[in-house]
Design a protein around this ligand. Structure first.
Ligand SMILES: CC(C)(COP(=O)(O)OP(=O)(O)OC[C@H]1O[C@@H](n2cnc3c(N)ncnc32)[C@H](O)[C@@H]1OP(=O)(O)O)[C@@H](O)C(=O)NCCC(=O)NCCS
Length: 176
């Protein structure tokens, strides 16, 4: 199950991606903008462990490699929520710095959002970038997401208390 977009594609992860994943994910500029569950440094064992857990998941694919010109450029994935939040999925992504500023994440985010609404019984997709992650805010806005709220002093990253934002798009408003 591949999801194509102009200039690249999202394809399900394979265990053989571990080497390349470890190379692009082992980057503090990426880790600094993600939750602490994302390791830094990021080893090949971290890649194998994470890919194994992804490959064990049942049901429609949720996590994808972003491929540009046949090369692994980044990662994008959906976490469907449970309980009273079960009509939602959270989206997360990162891309290797050599691909920054080329519009790839914006296209990948549009593509996975369309896939999410097609594939899962959900009505809302959201993301929670740090308030100072302006690049991610721009990506979300350009992909059709809107800022819902800024949470003051909501997170701690690298020992620094930060504000965090929530951006969302509703199925009824999403234009492919
Ligand atoms: C944030 C990130 C995903 C942006 O990816 P990208 O592929 O470079 O984004 P795009 O090329 O699609 O850029 C979309 C817009 O954001 C702008 N933008 C991207 N990075 C920016 C930055 N650091 N500061 C300001 N604007 C930025 C681009 O200029 C573009 O706007 P424009 O078309 O008006 O010029 C990437 O920098 C990244 O992976 N960062 C580390 C991990 C991360 O932050 N993940 C998201 C966690 S919520």
């Amino acid at each position: 199950m591949e999801v194509h977009f102009d200039g690249g594609l999202l394809r399900p992860w394979e265990i053989s991606d571990a080497g390349e994943l470890a190379v692009i994910a082992d980057n503090k500029n990426i880790a600094d903008n993600l939750r602490d569950m994302f390791p830094n440094p990021y080893s090949i064992d971290d890649a194998i462990q994470w890919l194994s857990s992804v490959l064990e998941q049942e049901g429609p694919k949720r996590y994808f490699a972003i491929i540009v010109n046949g090369k692994l450029a980044g990662s994008i994935g959906l976490t469907p929520k449970t309980d009273i939040y079960r009509k939602n999925a959270e989206v997360g992504y990162f891309i290797a710095p050599e691909f920054w500023g080329m519009g790839i994440t914006t296209k990948a985010l549009k593509a996975i959002t369309a896939y999410a609404f097609r594939t899962f019984d959900i009505i809302r997709v959201y993301a929670e970038p740090f308030a100072d992650n302006i690049g991610s805010h721009r990506v979300l806005e350009k992909a059709g997401y809107s800022l819902e709220a800024t949470f003051k002093n909501y997170v701690i990253k690298n020992g620094v208390i930060k504000d965090s934002c929530i951006y969302s798009v509703l199925k009824e408003n999403f234009i492919e």
